[in-house]
Design a protein around this ligand. Structure first.
Ligand SMILES: [Mg+2]
Length: 118
């Protein structure tokens, strides 16, 4: 399974990628914003994205992916500090499959991945 991790923080990407590798997910690629993410979508089975990023934010990325004839069915988990109910609801309304608020544990990430990939 190929996973794309999108976050403008290199440190956060490293944390997420380490969690994924410890969970046995070794086919992981990275992008620093939504525009980069779109150009790396080929063959991606799961998208993990931050919300607040320069160039193109995570919510805009989700909208673009859900509009895309090629990638619209790719599961998306948003991993963000935006944990207020309104933000969570807006993300879900726009097609995010699940939502994780930073900081999070390796276990939470593994659970959410299993759930969306069922
Ligand atoms: Mg960010």
């Amino acid at each position: 399974m190929k996973i794309l991790v999108v976050d403008d923080s290199i440190t956060m990407r490293r944390i997420i990628v380490n969690h994924l590798k410890q969970g046995g997910y070794n086919n992981v690629i990275e992008a620093g914003n939504g525009v980069e993410a779109i150009s790396h979508m080929a063959g991606v089975d799961l998208l993990l994205t931050d919300w607040n990023m320069p160039v193109m934010d995570g919510l805009t990325l989700v909208k673009e992916i859900r509009k895309s004839p090629t990638f619209s069915s790719v599961p998306i988990i948003m991993i963000t500090t935006e944990g207020a109910k309104a933000e969570v609801l807006e993300a879900l309304k726009n097609g995010v499959n699940d939502y994780i608020v930073k900081p999070f544990s390796k276990g939470t990430l593994a659970e959410k991945i299993q759930k969306v990939m069922e």
